[in-house]
Ligand binder design. Structure first.
Ligand code: NAD
Length: 482
């Protein structure tokens, strides 16, 4: 029996090779589970699974190009740019375009594979792709960024489109970049349907209402669902939960809603106060079913702490005006916010029950994993908990809701944007968010029920395994595995 990876240790990896190994390991585990694709036995089963592994560990298309732009000082620069399409068995390729100096072919390919898995996990009708341009957008003027965006579309136009490959914003890009790109796409394809070729556009340009808040709301919902819709409903069935780590995790989840039921507040901290963190903090602050004190929030400048709970409404108002949290006593006084100012990283080790990580990657690592005190961690950001720390927290009976599950609200709403652009009908904000909540609930139901009821080795592994099962079944039904 092949040992399944427990959690991020073997799953989230810097290199495409590691991701491919993870896929192979999980597929090997599925091979041994004869309830999966039961019609295939012995040698033909081996062949079918080997060809499935080959397909899912091979990237369909890697396109590299160079963008030449004339900078404001008239210097001509030559910038590497990528669009990488991993697999489209579940639907059209879909994935963001990032503008970052760290972009490399390997990184973009790895992210494309992870998009295939994320879209499959959430039953979205998309495959996985990713794009990248090797620039630091902060070093470029608007005119220069506009040129880079247009040239990107010129280079990759034959490979993108509403029924082929649909990019979206990612690190370093936003709705403005998508608007520029769709403008260029339209010019290149006169008279053709174009709006659904990009998602994450401005509302005026066909973007979905509620898109900005979708990831933060979805992130909060994954945690809320686990506590209120799963843990709370296990009371009569708790004897069925696997003893050991699973039961320890269940007890931690139970203690969270019991705390709220007893009139004590759940102590929550939120790292990052942007689109994801600011919205998630606000959701917790206003949640009627579970009572929270948001005792700390942080951004790149510092941490704000109040053991009795921060006034999130006032912080949202301040942030909307200043695009950052208050970081001096004068600013706090002027905004009438009661909080202590702490170092940015102090938030990581405060005494709390729930920690939403919504800033950047690698925040909980071997250097601080023994000092973190929360029982439940929610990955709003991508990869904020590193491999070793993830494993350690799991072994302590703590619960980590992984990024592939928690932060998918954005791509779910991207799907609705693509749909509304194709049927030329605008969804209301309520329609968009209700659909996102429903889809997130379905994904949580699938993952958490299976993880706890079957005593599986890790929540992250359960997500990956679910995604691979869907992809494998599609390949099988399409007659692609022999
Ligand atoms: P954002 O730029 O709106 O906000 C990021 C926040 O993190 C800011 O408040 C910033 O000050 C803070 N921050 C940066 N470095 C920090 C540090 N060292 N310590 C504490 N705070 C720090 O970005 P966002 O859209 O909210 O995205 C946050 C994370 O979620 C990113 O990792 C992003 O890749 C991921 N994500 C976002 C979406 C989305 O739809 N926005 C979807 C999936 C994943």
């Amino acid at each position: 029996m092949i040992a399944l990876p427990v959690s991020r240790k073997d799953l989230i990896s810097l290199s495409i090779k590691d991701t491919q190994n993870t896929i192979e390991n999980i597929m090997e585990h599925l091979f041994e589970d004869e309830t999966f694709i039961p019609g295939e036995k012995t040698e033909s089963r081996r062949r079918v699974f080997d060809s499935g592994k080959e397909i899912l560990t091979t990237t369909d298309k890697i396109i590299k190009s160079y963008i030449r732009v004339s900078r404001d000082n008239r210097e001509i620069v030559r910038i590497p740019a990528y669009r990488i399409q991993h697999n489209n068995i579940a639907g059209f390729y879909k994935g963001g375009i990032r503008f970052s100096e760290t972009v490399s072919e390997e990184e973009v390919e790895n992210l494309a594979v992870l998009m295939t898995l994320k879209n499959a996990l959430h039953d979205l009708p998309y495959g996985g792709a990713k794009g990248g341009v090797v620039i630091n957008p902060k070093d470029y003027s608007d005119r220069e960024l506009n040129l880079v965006s247009k040239k990107y579309v010129q280079r990759f136009a034959p490979d993108i489109g509403p029924t082929h490959d649909i990019p979206a914003p990612d690190m370093g890009t936003n709705d403005q970049v998508m608007d520029w790109m769709i403008g260029e796409y339209k010019t290149i394809h006169p008279g053709k349907s174009y709006l659904g070729a990009f998602t994450g556009k401005s509302i005026e340009n066909g973007g979905a209402l509620g898109r900005r808040e979708a990831t933060g709301k979805g992130t909060y919902h994954s945690y809320f669902w686990l506590i209120n819709e799963w843990a709370r409903k296990q009371k009569d069935r708790e004897k069925e939960i696997d003893k050991g780590i699973h039961f320890q995790q269940y007890e931690k989840l139970k203690s969270i809603y019991e705390r709220s039921d007893e009139g004590k507040s759940i102590r929550m901290a939120v790292q990052g106060f942007g689109n994801v963190g600011g919205v998630a903090a606000n959701m917790a602050y206003h949640c009627k079913e579970l009572k929270h004190d948001v005792i700390a929030v942080s951004d790149h400048l510092g941490t704000l702490y109040n053991a009795d709970g921060l006034d999130i409404d006032k912080l949202v108002v301040f942030h909307n005006r200043n695009n950052q949290l208050p970081n001096t006593q004068e600013e706090l006084d002027a905004a009438e916010i009661k909080a202590e100012l702490l170092h940015r990283d102090d938030i990581l080790t405060l005494d709390m029950d729930v920690f939403i990580l919504a800033a950047i990657e690698d925040q909980i690592t071997t250097s601080n994993m023994k000092k973190v005190k929360a029982d439940v961690f929610v990955e709003g950001a991508n990869a904020p908990i590193d491999a070793a720390a993830d494993q350690y927290l799991h072994d302590q009976g703590k619960v980590v809701i992984p990024d592939i599950l928690a932060n998918a609200g954005g791509v779910m709403v991207s799907y609705l944007e693509w749909k509304q652009d194709r049927i030329t009908q605008v969804y209301t904000e309520d329609e968009v968010l209700n659909q996102m909540y429903l889809q997130m609930s379905n994904s949580c139901e699938k993952v958490f029920r299976e993880y706890f009821s079957k005593g599986l080795p890790g929540i992250r592994t359960t997500c990956y395994s679910n995604a691979l099962k869907r992809l494998f079944e599609l390949l099988y039904k399409h007659g692609k595995l022999f």
